[in-house]
Design a protein. Sequence first.
Lengths: 250, 387
Amino acid sequence: MDGDGAASRANRGDGGTSLGGRPGARIIRDAGDGALRVILGEGLDVRVNEAVLGIAAAVRRQAPAGVLSVISGYTSVLIEYDPAIIGRDPLFEWLAGLEPEAAEEKGRVVTVPVSYGGEHGPDLEDVAARLGLAPDEVVAIHTHPVYRVYATGFAPGFPFAAPLDDRLQLARRDSPRERVPAGSVAIAGRQTGIYPLPTPGGWHILGRTPLPLFSPEAAEPVLIRPGDSLRFVAVSVSQYADLALGTDSG
Amino acid sequence: MRLQVVRPGLLTTLQDRGRRGYESLGISIGGVLDDYAAAVANRLAGNGPDGAVLEMTLAGPELEVVADGLLGLAGADMDARLNGRPWSPGSAVGVRAGDRITFSRARTGLRAYLAAAGGFAGDRWLESRSTDLLLGRGGINGRPLAAGDMLEAEGDGGGPLYLATRAAMAPSGPVRLLASDEGEDAVRRLTMDLFHVSPRSDRVGLRLSERIGADLARLALERGAAGGTGLSEGMAMGSVEVTPAGEVIVLLKARGTVGGYFVPAHVIRADWPRLAQLRPGEAVRMELVSRDGAAAAARELAALANARMAISPGRVAASITAPAGGGVVDDIRIGGAAVRAGESVAVVRQGEERVVVFSPRDGTAAWCCPAQRPVSEGDPLLWIADP
């Protein structure tokens, strides 16, 4: 199993950037008496996040008895355990020496059609004005890069994607909205994300996608996973409507 | 076993031990908030720990028995009654079609757990029967119980039948904390002050009504996850979050999987049941413990959970066994009921013939064999504990 992991790791896109094989590069901290956090670096860093997903995959695949949950974030993996089944010290030692494995699935590039501005993107004008840009420029900058999904959370399937271009960086809204519509594409700080279902939210909404990010009854309920990449493509309101019809009937 | 919901109670949901394996995709783990009480209820009903149970909040439901079975009850004391007679949390009862089970407002604690032999059936979503109220999935159509719902058990348990206990709920007391690496200043403040449970608390988090000072709130801003960069990281059950506005929230089972607030401390596992039983408005005192202290508390709670399951012979004043075999038990006195010497406490029915069983002494029915269960001569029917 270890051999397989190493081989697939070497085959992943950013070859040679993984922390694999250097267990000294990680810090392990207790999060109470039922969880350990493995910290693999700091900040918004592709290599750190790849190591995070590699460790999360290894814990999940090897799943020692007593491990209850595995949550990956930007820079750390949180592992909850039942100390009556697995002791804290043996788990700590095991995690300290654990080799990252390739993620369960290779990261995919997901193309996200977005209807920017207007009813679908109520903050686009305001964001543009605050940044000293034209709305079209905001759209051009937002659709330009391919973003990495560092983590999924807040709501089922909400992708935390980054890095957002420096020219688009704004703090969160002063007062969060009580209800953000599903599919809203939004920005905050160095991140961009998509609300999978109607929830409260404090990010600036630039547009909306008809892509269903969360389909509870599907075999794979969540569309976008950590390690995937996102590419936003601007579509018109009528294209949005066509696509929305298509996803409904599909 | 089948139950019909007459009144649903304030917030009654079906829960098991939670939905695991999807937490990295942002799907909450959920599950029973009070692991201790849910496990006790399951064991009383002869189930393993994975049986789905009803979690009742503050005011419980009224249920009508449609088909016979065995029920275990633990957690908060909601003045449960079977056909009007008191039924103590921490005991099992056999119930028969036509019986009526009522719960009132909790007198102590907040959440009570009802288990049925075999575990309650419910919608399985992503391998769990736990109700996710935010997503409207799992349990009974993804929502709290409603009048008219029919609840069915999936089998008849099959585990060894246990009895009754004095420890239907984990002992109350201060909420004990382990400080995180950067949390010491904040923990000192948290353990100095008396806090109260905010009515805005729910299965996601226990919110405290009082805010902590601006100095600590500033610290919270600087020391949010990943050094205040606002990056989201996985959040553990029992994490004590401090927001930049100075709010204190203890994260519970239905929490969001990731977060970015400052977490100066974590509530020890042995006190998670305490968190589940704190009532809105109730005072909360927090206390710092060492890792050894946390381990000792975990051992104590585990011992309590096991000890209660084997009533020591000294406490059982009388064990009543079936005087005749080949019949079924009927008209049996329920656990928790007071009995007097010479009083009829059970009937063994063999066809047309009825063998009446009398109590040899005054006391409390500690456990009873479920009604309609076939018995052989000498099988235990009822234990009488000292009054």
